[in-house]
Design a protein around this ligand. Structure first.
Ligand code: ADP
Ligand code: MG
Length: 572
């Protein structure tokens, strides 16, 4: 072993710098946060060579006085806290006084800064952290920080860089998140002299719509409410705008962008059953929590956050999201063309395999708000529908105020049966219907074991099954809500659902059992329906909590508005 040595200060600083300055995007993040802390209204971010050649951030914030400029580059030099107690109440992004010295240690930095009261600006130039010169300079109030040749002092870092395109994308993401959290600030981002994005000062919902890339602002569903330790507010993308990836999910705690698997999962849980498997909802969620209920300082880059009361926070977020989603009209509309999703979103979607949903040139789109349905909307939910008849043996045609509705009879009936089962279960028991003749069902050894282990849950949902010999069970009763066809298949499916190896979504075995039961027994595509059965189904559907989606996340109905019909027939 070699002797233990204490590292030379400059070496130690470069190592520590790596904690803060991992890649160009982390430099951009620190510089933007400094600009925001300085009260900037306009921030321009210029990037060249994916940030390795040049990062320049210019703001119109408070600036730094000439005397303080050298201090800004000292480690642990900050204007934002002075006492340890301040940590409890700190509102600014920075407070460690580490960013500028770390950035300077790994690059060539030029800073030009002028505080509003000063007659001239100050320019400081540093190489590898050492100040080369500080001079008065002509410049408007505000601060410009230029970072050239990032990592020239620590070339080993360069090996960890991803492709230029990827590093640029990470920078864009940082700016995007800052723009989302600060709609009252104008941001401009250029790559190699070309404008990549421009966010003029905007209403919060407009910024959110842009960041979620999930349609127009009116399509977003606002959500807000109390959570343990504070409040939450945000916007949710409509379920049909969900994507195959989690891009478009943004979490902020006290204005800081954070990664939080907890918040992400809580929101996704709120969308349960509204999304097909493998689809992720877009959302922007802002949590304002008292400092005592979070620990934001667990990571040098302050990305991770820890919550004190995790399980109650999770539950509260899920509930608010659920309420917001179920309280909004989630009817899907047919439209002749896509609305103006941004070009970036379109190409990103196509790359991700998220081709626009379309069949025979139709795509799904949401009408603006509820206004179209006027006073006919009951609780923002399903309008009163007049049944017309069955189409193609599979769909129900109905007329509502100003629109024609096509309803998928299987999906609709699934929704009805599922909610009935769950409601009966919650009320304390699903009524069973005893079979006149018990049905023997052959079981695989695996299913026999499952049956033995899950008889309680089966009974809670109205099934009565008894083991009968080693490989056979006797089905004596089934839930009263269900029609009595192919009950042996139903039992097999129910057992697979309990085991979690069927295709039912959900984590809870009982819920999967309810889904399997509803799905198996619902009217199928191709089943002929009497007018009376159609009316009954529409009434039952209207009484459900979520009439618009089956639990696989498919729509139960699609509306075609009068305006749409007029467009198709070229009447308007
Ligand atoms: P921290 O942000 O944690 O205080 P930094 O190293 O990022 O530490 O910045 C050091 C100090 O330099 C800040 O506390 C602030 O006083 C000053 N400063 C940095 N950037 C700016 C800026 N864009 N505008 C005004 N002051 C700045
Ligand atoms: Mg800072």
């Amino acid at each position: 072993m070699s002797r233990i040595l204490i590292l030379e200060r400059s070496v130690a600083e470069r190592i520590a710098a790596g904690e803060v300055v991992e890649r160009p995007a982390s430099v951009v993040k620190e510089l933007i946060e400094n600009s925001l802390d300085a009260g900037a209204r306009q921030i321009v971010i210029e990037i060249e060579g994916a940030g390795l050649r040049l990062i320049r951030v210019t703001d119109d914030g408070a600036g730094i006085t000439a005397d303080d400029v050298p201090l800004a580059f000292e480690r642990f030099a900050t204007s934002k806290i002075s006492r340890i107690e301040d940590l409890e109440t700190v509102q600014s992004f920075g407070f460690r006084g580490e960013a500028l010295p770390s950035i300077a240690a790994t690059s060539r930095v030029t800073m030009v800064t002028r505080d509003a009261g000063a007659s001239a600006a100050t320019r400081a130039r540093l190489t590898g952290g050492a100040i080369e010169d500080i001079q008065p300079h002509g410049a408007p109030p505000g601060t410009m920080v230029e970072v050239r040749e990032l990592f020239f002092t620590t070339p080993a870092r360069l090996k960890f860089m991803k492709s230029p395109a990827r590093e640029q994308a990470l920078v864009a993401e940082v700016v995007q998140k800052a723009a989302l959290a600060h709609p009252d600030v104008t941001f401009r981002l250029t790559f190699d002299g070309r404008e990549a994005a421009y966010w003029p000062k905007a209403a919060p919902v407009d910024r959110a719509a842009e960041a979620l890339a999930a349609g127009r602002p009116v399509e977003l569903i606002p959500v807000s409410g109390a959570v343990p330790g504070g409040t939450m507010r945000g916007w949710l993308a409509r379920p049909e705008r969900a994507r195959p990836t989690r891009t478009g999910q943004h979490v902020f705690v006290c204005g800081r962008p954070v990664q939080s698997a907890l918040v992400r999962r809580a929101v996704e849980q709120g969308y349960a059953q509204l999304l097909p498997v493998g689809r992720f909802p877009g959302f922007a969620m802002f949590l304002e929590l008292r400092p005592s209920s979070i620990d934001i300082n667990v990571h040098p880059r302050k990305l991770e956050v820890r919550f004190r009361d995790e399980s109650n926070l999770f539950g509260a977020i899920t509930r608010h999201v659920r309420t917001a989603l179920l309280g909004s009209p989630l009817i899907r509309h047919a439209a002749a063309q896509h609305d103006a999703r941004s070009a970036i979103d379109q190409s990103a979607a196509v790359q991700a395999g998220d081709a626009p949903q379309s069949a025979v040139g139709l795509s799904l789109e949401i009408r603006e708000g509820v206004a179209t349905y006027g006073s006919m909307v009951v609780n923002h939910r399903l309008p009163v529908l007049r049944p017309i008849g069955q189409l193609l043996g599979t769909y129900i045609a109905a007329e509502g105020p100003g629109s024609v509705y096509l309803i998928d009879q299987h999906a609709a009936h699934e929704r009805v049966l599922y909610e009935r089962l769950i409601a009966a279960y919650r009320r304390g028991g699903v009524t069973s219907q005893t079979l006149a003749v018990p049905i023997p069902v052959d079981l695989s050894p695996a299913h026999a074991v499952l049956l033995a282990g899950h008889r309680d849950q089966l009974e809670q949902l109205g099934f009565q099954v008894e083991p009968f010999g080693l490989r056979t069970a006797l089905l004596r009763a089934v839930p009263a809500t269900i029609p009595g066809a192919s009950l042996d298949h139903l039992l097999h499916r129910a057992l697979a659902a309990l085991a979690g190896d069927g295709d039912e979504p959900g984590n809870d075995p009982l819920e999967r059992l309810a889904i399997a039961t509803a799905c198996h027994t619902a009217i199928r595509a191709g089943d002929a329906l009497e007018p009376r059965a159609i009316t009954a189904l529409l009434n039952d559907l209207a009484a459900t909590e979520d009439p618009f989606t089956c639990f696989h996340g498919r729509p139960t109905m699609i509306a075609v508005s009068r305006e749409q019909l007029e467009r198709w027939f070229l009447r308007s």
